[in-house]
Design a binder for this molecule. Structure first.
Ligand code: GDP
Length: 426
């Protein structure tokens, strides 16, 4: 992906999240100088497998697993400090030295325990299928201009005053939502006082660091979390996350201008999954869905929730290609389809009897669409050891060609297993 003219690339999920971005970013980070997270929070959960070790990274960019890479957590992220430190500790325990390689934007907002209480209370009434980690309420506070940011910890007195007001407000809301839980101010203050000395040395003007790196032609990966269909503007609203997961969000959330970004790689599974309660037009019938789930290990990295599984939905990926301005696709988990005799692809929808090639804005309409399927022959042989496109079975190449044609963007990578080396560059 990187070349003399393409030095800053955004990597985004182009379905409903969990596409395997962690693995792709891990592979690409080998050639990068900086890896940046720009939105979301500890609800992300990238899984990276190196040798026998599996790393689940929720907030720290997966680039951290490469010793030469500097990682930034951008202003667009909502940071859960306790989780960050447990993630850092577990990396250190496993021999990954992060010293001097991780910086956090001083403009990033904090997710605090009262956000989690509010999340749990509102999930009870709204049933959106959130991860309950306080991400939504933290973004609500950010846009309500009552958030607490990393920079506020530099003046702990000021942070204490802000907390007094915020905890009081949270408790009023909890009462309104008929929750019996209450946030404890002293516990919040003690927590921030304990965490500040560890957090502040990592705090930096991340946008400035990134700007300088881009100017110096350093290779930058902007690592998205979740996927296009979970974007708060472009996703299946209201079954979405609270941030802009699409490429436009990368500029805002990393603190650089959009013209600094040279390319966009969309990660898609060779099939479709979704966790949460929204519509999933190409959801597979029971035995096939169950089989995809079992073969693909489709259970949430953070929550352990079983994911809903179905066939590749080209309408979704075409849409994601457009709203992200993608310049390439990485197709992951091709190996999961190795044993299927026939593989349907949803090419477009039928809505109220009419053919429909674009994503409807209304979630209710998306719930009613009938996918139009094209059924391709499976290859019924293992692909996990293939390293060249030409060595893939003919039917697998035909499948990828069809995905590429329907999505309107070239396939640049194909992932055929969880390991770092199980990747084909086209
Ligand atoms: P992310 O949030 O987009 O990084 O996705 P997750 O980490 O939730 O899910 C990806 C899962 O798929 C992880 O368990 C990966 O190890 C695994 N994975 C990634 N690529 C492949 C692949 O090509 N084949 C198989 N079988 N598993 C893969």
């Amino acid at each position: 992906m990187f070349d003399a003219k393409t030095t800053c690339i955004v990597v985004v999920g182009a379905q409903w999240g969990d596409e395997g971005k962690g693995k792709l970013v891990d592979v690409l980070a080998e050639r990068a100088d900086l890896v940046v997270r720009y939105q979301g929070g500890a609800n992300a959960g990238h899984t990276v497998v190196i040798g026998e070790k599996q790393f689940i990274l929720r907030q720290i960019p997966s680039g951290i697993l490469h010793s030469g890479v500097t990682c930034l957590i951008g202003n667009g992220v909502v940071l859960e400090p306790e989780n960050l430190f447990s993630e850092l500790d577990s990396l250190h325990e496993r021999g990954i030295d992060t010293t001097g390689r991780l910086f956090i934007s001083d403009r990033a907002h904090l997710v605090l325990p009262y956000h989690k209480l509010l999340d749990a209370a509102s999930e009870k009434s709204q049933q959106l299928g959130t991860t309950g980690r306080g991400i939504g309420p933290a973004y609500e506070d950010k846009y309500g201009r009552r958030g607490i940011r990393v920079v506020d910890l530099r003046r702990i007195e000021c942070a204490r005053m802000l907390l007094t007001e915020r905890v009081r407000r949270a408790n009023q809301l909890l009462q309104l939502m008929e929750s019996t839980e209450r946030a404890n101010l002293d516990e919040h203050v003690a927590m921030l006082e304990r965490l500040a000395p560890r957090l502040l040395p990592l705090a930096a003007d991340a946008g400035l660091l990134l700007h300088r790196a881009v100017k110096a032609n350093r290779r930058v990966l902007l690592e998205g979390a979740q996927g296009a269909l979970l974007d708060v503007d472009h996703g299946t609203y209201p079954y979405v996350t609270s941030s802009n997961t699409t490429a436009g969000g990368a500029a805002v959330g990393a603190g650089i201008g959009p013209t600094a970004i040279d390319g966009g790689l969309g990660i898609v599974k060779a099939y479709t999954t979704s966790v949460g309660n929204g519509p999933l037009p190409t959801e597979a019938e029971a035995p096939h869905g169950e089989r995809l789930r079992r073969l693909g290990g489709e259970f949430g990295a953070v929550t352990g929730r079983p994911r809903r599984c179905g066939w590749f939905d080209a309408t979704v990926v075409r849409y994601a290609t457009r709203v992200n301005g993608l310049t390439g696709l990485a197709v992951t988990k091709l190996d999961v389809l190795d044993t299927f005799a026939e593989i349907p692809i949803g090419t477009m929808y039928r809505l109220s009897g009419e053919l429909c090639e674009e994503m409807p804005a209304e979630v209710e309409a998306l719930g009613r669409v009938q996918p139009v399927y094209e059924v391709l022959s499976g290859w019924q042989q293992p692909t996990g050891e293939t390293r060249k496109l030409a060595d893939l079975p003919r039917q697998a190449r035909a499948y990828l060609d069809r995905l590429e044609m329907l999505s309107g963007v070239p396939v640049r990578y194909v992932s055929v297993g969880t390991r770092r080396d199980q990747i084909i560059e086209t």
